[in-house]
Structure formats: structure tokens, C-alpha cells
Design a protein around this ligand. Sequence first.
Ligand SMILES: C[S@@+](CC[C@H](N)C(=O)[O-])C[C@H]1O[C@@H](n2cnc3c(N)ncnc32)[C@H](O)[C@@H]1O
Length: 251
Amino acid sequence: MFSSGNITEKLRIASFNCSGETVVDLYAGIGYLTLHYLVHAGASFVHACEQNPHAVNALRRNLELNGAAQRCQVHQGDNRQLSLCDVADRVNLGLIPSSEEGWPTACRLLKRETGGVLHIHQYVSSHPQKPNPALLLQNLCLQEVSDPSSPAWKATRESDTADSRESAPGLDRRAVKADWQAWSKAAACRIAALLLEIQGQPWRTHILHIEHVKAYAPHVDHIVLDLDCRPICVVMGTCLYVLETKVDISN
Ligand SMILES: C[S@@+](CC[C@H](N)C(=O)[O-])C[C@H]1O[C@@H](n2cnc3c(N)ncnc32)[C@H](O)[C@@H]1O
């Protein structure tokens, strides 16, 4: 279960401040993320769900070794059968290529009165376009683009090579990010609809952050969507958002 490429996500969780929070890790594995919530982020309690019995054994051992077993309940089995609801300030959905099968469970787990944050892992395919020469010609003088000392030439090179983690050389990174955003917006809408259906009241979902974990394959990226989900109080036809008491995520 070790993936060195996931280290940034583990460190990111370690940097969260989850004091006072109940977290549900729906796909706990041997506890890489569960342990970071407990040991570094200071979560009050974690419910760790895992269906693989070998992983569960290792998870229990890791909790003991890290002195965190008292603050963690392990739920062995398929998390879709979990009877818990209305407990979570935060739900981690660390299943790839997609955790979509766990979205209804996550919606049921969020605290009904105050809501919480979902961390949704997903592999997203991108279809970045090579720079279109016709468009380039429209916007820039060809002579300028072919002159390495010109700002226009520099601009095209920067868009070609910016952050190789996010796009292959020669491809437009902004187009890749647009794909992540499009997926995230669709996920936010889907989850708002699920929350309405499952919780029986309207909720507002809001994209807090999209984290790039790693490039999984050419044009396929592992991202995590941090989605803030809050119930909306409807008072005489007016929508009031429940105040977000704590949003502690960088960017
Ligand atoms: C990709 S691993 C990730 C584990 C952990 N999040 C990590 O980063 O190390 C996904 C884990 O989810 C477990 N899993 C998949 N579907 C599940 C389900 N429906 N209920 C409970 N566990 C499940 C698998 O057994 C596996 O251990």
C-alpha cells in the first residue's frame, strides 16, 4: 500500500488543525492517512473503515504502535453498510481511481446541523491542447515569437514547460487545470444533490481547494478535492448559510 507519490497528501493532512473534530476515513488501508489525522492533525476521534482483513490487522497494529488506538474505532467491512450517520466534521475518501461509490455514505456521515469538509480523491484525465498556431498568430507577431529575446517567445515557453508535475512538456497547463476544475464543479453539484436527497434539506457545497497529488499516467492526475458542505437554513423564504466555524486549509 506504500506509494511515495502520496507523501504530499500525508504531509498536507499532518498540517491540518483538526482539534475537536471527528473524522471518518472511509478507505483507511493500513492507516497512512488515519494516523496523520490522529497523531499530527490532532483529531479528537477517527472512525477508520476498511474491508480488507489483512489491512485491518496492520491498521490496528499501527494504531497501537502510535499510541492512538483509544481515539480510533476501526470498522471492518464494506463502508457502504456502515450504520453510522451524523457524526463527522470531516470525511476522507481516499479511494482511487474514484471514490464515487462512497459519496452517499459520506453525505450521511456529515453532521446534520453543522456540516463539514469532504476530501475526495480522484484520477482526472486531461486533454490539453497543443498551442494552436492559428491562435498564436492572431495574438502575437510571428517574428516576435521566433525571437528568443522577446517577451512573446518567453511567454510561450513558460506555458509549455510550467510545472512538469501538472502537464507534459509542450502542453498547456491551464487546460489541464481547467479539467480538474470542471470535474470538481460537477462533483460539487452531484454532492449537493445527494445531500439534499439524503439529509432532506438543502446544502451548499463550496470548493475550498484542489490538491494535485501526483501524475499517475500521461494525462491522468491524482487530485484531491476539498469540498466544504454546509446545510442551508431556510427562514421565511430567505436562505441563511450556517457559519463556517473553522476552515483550516491552505490556499
Ligand atoms: C487505495 S487504498 C488507500 C488507503 C489509504 N487511504 C492510503 O492512502 O494508504 C484503498 C483502501 O480502501 C479499501 N476499500 C475499498 N473499498 C472499500 C469499501 N467499500 N469499504 C471499506 N474499505 C474499502 C481497500 O481495501 C484499500 O485498503
